[in-house]
Design a protein around this ligand. Structure first.
Ligand code: GRF
Length: 198
């Protein structure tokens, strides 16, 4: 049987990027299998989407911190990812900063999508930052995850215009349409270059 890269997807939100990735895999756009979908939030839309595709899901235990897992919580997450023999960790709207236990367990194997043209507008609600700055365009970036938040090596970017009359909602929706094209294309590129763990 053909071995394909095994992806674990982590998300905290509605899961539209996860859906775009799973649909791209099912359409044969790149060779991979999503083997587990994990959320830090009970009831997150991403979990319902994953169940709809018949994929295994897990919810993390509550963390004492808002923006990160405890070291023990993150170590348990690593154990879970190993249990499912995940090769890659794909962040899709995961709202916690990734710390040492996970970074060390998956060196250069954690990928994120961010709703701006990094290095511009790092951090939360990047589309609102772009609007507030009066930028003419923004976009989305797929990048490797390292110790610097939104600072890892860039894999691919897609530009998105900011139109007169844009609201945060209209701009975010346009960025998300770009994300749903960019993320599968960027993963296809990375996996073709480096299909299995060293
Ligand atoms: C996306 O806009 C992504 O760039 C950001 O979080 C959002 C997740 O959206 N990191 P969804 O849950 O994939 O719909």
């Amino acid at each position: 049987m053909k071995t394909v890269p095994r992806l674990a997807v982590l998300g905290s939100g509605k899961g539209s990027n996860f859906v775009a990735l799973q649909q791209a895999i099912l359409a044969g756009k790149f060779d991979a299998a999503i083997v587990l979908v994990v959320s830090d939030l009970i009831g997150a839309g991403i979990l319902a989407h994953a169940q709809g595709f018949g994929l295994p899901t897990a919810t993390l235990s509550p963390s004492p911190f808002r923006t990160k897992l405890s070291p023990e919580g993150e170590a348990s997450l690593v154990d879970l990812l190993h249990e499912y023999a995940a090769d890659w960790v794909i962040l899709a709207g995961y709202m916690r900063v990734v710390k040492a236990p996970l970074l060390d367990a998956f060196p250069n194997r954690i990928i994120n999508i961010h709703p701006s043209l990094l290095p511009a507008f790092k951090g939360l609600r990047a589309w609102e930052q772009a609007l507030a700055a009066g930028a003419a365009e923004t976009g989305c970036t797929v990048h490797f995850v390292n110790r610097e938040v939104d600072g890892g090596e860039i894999i691919a970017q897609q530009r998105v215009p900011i139109l007169p009359g844009d609201t945060p909602e209209s701009l975010h929706a346009r960025i998300q349409m770009a994300e749903h094209e960019l993320y599968p294309a960027a993963l296809a590129k990375v996996l073709a270059r480096s299909p299995s763990p060293p």
